[in-house]
Design a protein around this ligand. Structure first.
Ligand code: NAD
Ligand code: DAU
Length: 338
């Protein structure tokens, strides 16, 4: 089969490309605009594989997308392409609407025009909004109402609604997955875990928003890739699957764990102005994907976080190139007066 992976040069997409090249016989085409978050270096171990091809293109460009479907005739499309950072969406929502909503609708139009066996939308637990910190008994299920907080999550929820509308109206064979926070190799250093690892390595302050009590439910990226692989092969058309491994941690716990692994002092922690509209707690109930598809996460947080820190230690070259470029200006703008 031929699988188009949109956004395959980003964090999760590149891990998914490697997962499929290793665990399937399928042909993988990565279609990616190479925004600031897309990096061909993420795909350097796939480049020489005869089952892999990279095409530079934008999901919100209809002509380019139709050309892609016409010439490459995919069986399956897995849509990872998105603007993915909440803080950037708070600064400038428009691009999020264009890529995450219009881009998804153009991919759906292409599926309708050319026909596919499966369109899979990689969504997020953020579409459910947040849970209160004092109700550890509450979890997001697939039946939880959509209730978004940031322009990013609103754009992802809009895309989910479009996928469901196209599935019902035009019988597009679509599935949706909503995963909790991922971590692992190739994670762009604007996000909590890689930012904290790199700042600690550089003996820079670790900017924790608010009091650091917000809770995220962490999943090692390879476990997310395995879940998506199962959904595209065995998942039922029209269904939504939540993905998460019951690994809830406060941000402060995560940051302290990283400092401990690196042998650095907690005096590096600096509490800074909170994120606007900051979601308090995310927590996934993964019962459906476990019982219906037999998925279980393999990597425990304690092992995954050590592997991740090791990866950043071994791949200094990868992140040094990123933080020495345009990203420096972003960092100065976002954290300069915080
Ligand atoms: P990322 O920002 O690392 O990568 C996004 C990729 O999409 C980049 O390679 C970028 O170049 C590409 N892209 C952006 N706009 C594009 C466009 N218009 N056309 C084509 N390509 C474009 O993001 P990520 O963290 O790997 O997230 C991937 C997907 O998974 C997103 O849809 C995100 O909403 C979802 N998700 C992420 C997490 C997480 O913890 N990171 C958790 C759940 C869901
Ligand atoms: O839950 C899934 C989502 O997880 C994905 O849909 C998003 O694409 C992904 O970016 C991630 O969103 P978060 O906002 O949870 O991730 P981020 O790494 O930006 O922040 C994690 C937590 O850490 C959050 O509570 C904010 C806090 N934080 C973040 C940064 C960058 C800090 O305290 N300091 C920081 O410098």
């Amino acid at each position: 089969m031929k699988i188009i992976v949109t956004g395959g040069a980003g964090f999760i997409g590149s891990n998914f490309v490697y997962y499929e090249l290793k665990n399937s016989e399928d042909e993988i085409i990565c279609y990616d605009k190479l925004t600031y978050a897309g990096n061909l270096e993420n795909l350097k171990y796939a480049e020489d594989n005869p089952r892999f091809k990279f095409i530079c293109g934008d999901i919100s460009n209809r002509d380019e997308v139709y050309r892609l479907f016409e010439f490459d005739a995919p069986d399956i499309v897995v849509n990872f392409a998105a603007e993915s950072h909440v803080d950037r969406s708070i600064e400038d929502p428009e691009l999020f609407l264009r890529t995450n909503i219009i881009g998804t609708s153009i991919l759906l139009d292409a599926c309708k025009k050319y026909g596919v066996k499966r369109f899979h939308q990689v969504s997020t637990d953020e579409v459910y909004g947040d849970l209160p910190l004092d109700r550890p008994d509450l979890f997001f299920t697939e039946k939880t109402n959509l209730h978004t907080s940031s322009p990013y999550s609103a754009s992802k929820a809009s895309a989910d609604l479009l996928v469901q509308a196209y599935q019902r109206t035009y019988q597009i064979p679509a599935t949706i997955s909503r995963c909790s926070n991922n971590y692992g190799p190739y994670h762009f250093p604007e996000k909590l875990i890689p930012l904290m690892i790199i700042n600690a390595l550089n003996n820079k302050k670790l900017p924790v928003y608010g009091t650091g009590e917000n809770v995220r439910d962490w999943l090692y990226v390879e476990d997310h890739c395995a879940a998506i692989d199962l959904i595209i092969r065995k998942g039922k058309v029209g269904e939504v699957y939540n993905i998460g491994g019951h690994n809830e941690k406060t941000n402060l716990e995560v940051v302290k764990t990283i400092l401990k692994i690196l042998g650095k002092g907690e005096d590096l922690i600096e509490f800074v102005t909170d994120r606007k509209g900051h979601d308090q707690r995310y927590a996934i109930d993964p019962t459906k994907i476990k019982t219906e598809l037999g998925w279980t996460p393999k990597t425990k947080f304690d092992d995954g976080i050590k592997k991740t820190v090791d990866w950043y230690l071994e791949n200094k070259n990868w992140w040094e190139k990123i933080i020495s470029g345009e990203y420096q200006n972003y960092y100065a703008k976002m954290y300069g007066n915080r």
